[in-house]
Design a protein around this ligand. Structure first.
Ligand code: MN
Length: 366
């Protein structure tokens, strides 16, 4: 496809309004509702949905309808992320092979916007030989949804902030960016780029910036003027949906709330944080299984040689060398009375969250 010029929206935010920013909802309605409730979102706020509200989770179409309704009310703006670009299906220049790839993707994921739309239109994706059979029906029946998506900008610029899903190129005028440049960028924070105006992005789960620890809270880099907010909602088992809170349009006093559904328990004992730990993460998760156990397996991370116990159910295959779910052996720094949110209960202790930080706790719980 020819490189697509980005759509940029200039937005004047009224004085006194809070600016709330949520990204990477990925079709997870309970997390979206949960985080807006925790933020106390109301008509007096401006809500920015910073891309990737669709795909990967189980309710893309429902999420789209909620986002459309929020935008209709007037105090919400949504940005198109790389996972939301579905209106391109009907644009000139859509490649022949694109339809074939879409069908394959849909049958592999068994979720996502087109999957949900097919189901809503009474089309069984498994009966399709060719996605083009469904395309006309979807276009006709879901015209409003596609029109909404194709109206969304790839970035929003205000007096003090640029909201883009993944990235902004330093030194390049925003209006000259392609959609891809704003939508696709791995590890934006570690590129050494700095900006004059604050750039607020999602896309790259912030946990991936951690070395030994897993923390899903937003990262505010004051020197680079970047705020990265993707808490790994849907993508990580212990992920959360973050809502960045900017008190008003001229403030740099960033706060946030986060939502995840894990049950809360009170710690009864103090525990010191591990002196040494490692975080095995997506993209670098190849481990060698040294001893396979029923609940835990002793493993060695292939690239670094680091040894740790991993929940056996987190290993993707029965092979001696395998990829695994994100995991860590980090023990949380806990004080008696701390509120922990329990992700996994095991015979050894719990894998839990303390704020946005994930790790193990071996003490008593109430
Ligand atoms: Mn993304």
């Amino acid at each position: 496809m020819p490189e697509k010029r980005a759509r940029i929206e200039k937005l004047a935010i009224e004085e006194g309004r809070r600016i709330l920013v949520v990204s990477d909802i990925h079709g997870n309605v309970p997390y979206l509702e949960g985080v807006l409730r925790k933020a106390g979102f109301s008509d007096r706020d401006m809500l920015i949905i910073d891309g990737d509200f669709l795909e990967k989770g189980s309710e893309s179409l429902r999420t789209l309808h909620i986002v459309m309704e929020l935008c209709r009310r007037g105090n919400t703006r949504a940005i198109l992320g790389n996972c939301d670009e579905w209106s391109a299906l009907f644009e000139p220049g859509w490649p022949e092979r694109g339809d074939e790839q879409v069908l394959r993707y849909m049958l592999w994921r068994k979720s996502g916007l087109l999957w949900d739309m097919c189901n809503a239109c009474g089309i069984d994706p498994f009966e399709l030989e060719d996605f083009r059979e469904a395309k006309e029906t979807l276009y006709r029946r879901c015209r409003e949804e596609f029109a909404f998506l194709s109206s969304l900008p790839h970035a929003i610029e205000t007096e003090n902030f640029i909201f883009a899903h993944a990235s902004v190129q330093p030194g390049k005028p925003l209006a000259e960016h392609s959609a891809d440049e704003l939508n696709h960028c791995d590890s934006f924070l570690t590129r050494g780029w700095r900006f004059d105006k604050w750039v607020i992005v999602g896309h790259w789960p912030v946990v991936l910036y951690g070395q030994d620890r897993v923390c899903a809270d937003p990262i505010v880099d004051r020197e680079k003027k970047i705020v990265s907010i993707d808490g790994g909602c849907v993508l990580k088992d212990d992920g959360q949906l973050n809502c960045l809170i900017i008190p008003h349009r001229d403030s740099e006093d960033f706060g946030f709330v986060a939502y995840d559904p894990f049950p809360e328990r009170i710690a009864l004992d103090d525990q010191e944080a591990s002196a040494e730990s490692y975080y095995v993460r997506w993209g670098d998760s190849r481990v060698r299984v040294l001893r396979r156990g029923e609940e835990f397996s002793r493993c060695r991370h292939e690239r670094t040689g680091y040894e740790l116990d991993i929940l056996t159910k987190y290993l993707f295959t029965d092979n001696e060398v395998t990829d695994c779910n994100d995991c860590t052996d980090y023990a949380l720094p806990v004080k008696a009375g701390d509120r922990l949110r329990i992700v996994e209960e095991t015979s050894r202790g719990v894998f839990a969250k303390l704020g946005g930080l994930s790790g193990w706790y071996y003490g008593g719980l109430k």
